[in-house]
Design a protein around this ligand. Structure first.
Ligand SMILES: Cc1cc2nc3c(=O)[nH]c(=O)nc-3n(C[C@H](O)[C@H](O)[C@H](O)COP(=O)(O)OP(=O)(O)OC[C@H]3O[C@@H](n4cnc5c(N)ncnc54)[C@H](O)[C@@H]3O)c2cc1C
Length: 235
């Protein structure tokens, strides 16, 4: 097996180049590396960042003392703990709901490291001073049933948005016939074959943001299907 690093397919090289160069079958496992956006005013300001960009190289960021994190999933916990280790003094995670969406142990570790949690906050804007929220009203089961009108400015030197990721569109945009569903995930059959015969896909780019175990488990089935496909070409 040869590994060619630093080569994004869908830029200088496209899938059609791989086919030209003799690859009989292609596996796409490109994951989900496009941060989901909030679509609120202020999201493009210099004090606002996305979780996966920050986590890729935390040393490149100067977040300041006070950090607000929008979202409460596992990635948000990683951001909180990383920011604290990089010197942030006050780190607060904000969620619309009433509970953390992260696993119990990730949440517990973030709390142990000193992160604060604020529930029932719907972000409406981000300013140079930090995020602005309105309160979410929940019933006794935790279901959101409305929101308040009063805007509340929370002060933060930096705001990090951590509300999941979707796939980048490079491959679909540059590969004729490769189809994705509305949310950008590649469409495949049960064996992982995409809408182009011989091109297979697995992992987060098909399943959405999941776990390593799920990506590996599904990819084993897909690898067998690729083997079958290539054998059928030899006959
Ligand atoms: C912050 C964070 C923390 C996580 N923590 C956990 C955890 O603790 N446990 C767990 O099980 N899961 C965790 N996950 C989820 C886990 O990382 C994914 O589910 C898993 O890695 C998916 O595997 P994959 O092979 O589909 O994609 P990935 O592991 O994302 O690999 C995709 C690869 O394709 C490359 N790529 C993308 N586009 C192109 C292109 N056009 N051309 C060439 N290469 C490309 C990417 O650079 C990357 O190397 C976490 C995710 C995040 C974001």
């Amino acid at each position: 097996m040869k590994i060619r690093p630093n080569t994004a397919i869908g830029t200088a090289l496209e899938i059609k180049d791989l086919i030209r160069d003799g690859y009989q079958s292609i596996f796409i496992g490109t994951g989900v590396w496009r941060p989901k956006t909030l679509g609120v005013k202020g999201e493009s300001l210099g004090n606002v960042h996305y979780a996966i960009d920050y986590l890729a190289n935390p040393d490149a960021y100067n977040l300041g003392d006070t950090v607000a994190i929008i979202g409460m999933g596992n990635s948000a916990m990683d951001v909180a703990r990383t920011a604290i280790r990089h010197g942030a003094r006050k780190v607060t995670l904000y969620a619309r709901g009433t509970v953390s969406n992260a696993s119990e142990h990730e949440t517990a570790y973030a709390k142990l490291d000193g992160a604060d949690f604020q529930f029932g906050k719907q972000i409406v804007e981000i300013t140079d001073d930090g995020p602005v929220f309105v309160s979410v009203i929940h019933d006794e089961t935790g279901k959101a049933i409305g929101q308040g009108e009063e805007r509340e400015q929370f002060f933060a030197d930096s705001t990090i948005i951590s509300v999941s990721q979707g796939p980048k569109s490079k491959l679909v945009n540059t590969t004729e016939g490769l189809k994705a569903s509305q949310n950008g995930l590649l469409m495949t059959d049960d064996n992982g074959q995409t809408t182009i015969p011989g091109i297979f896909a697995s992992g987060d780019v098909v399943l959405g943001a999941r776990t390593v175990v799920e990506a590996v488990a599904y990819s084993k089935t897909v690898a067998e299907a690729m083997d079958e496909y290539m054998k059928s070409k030899e006959e």
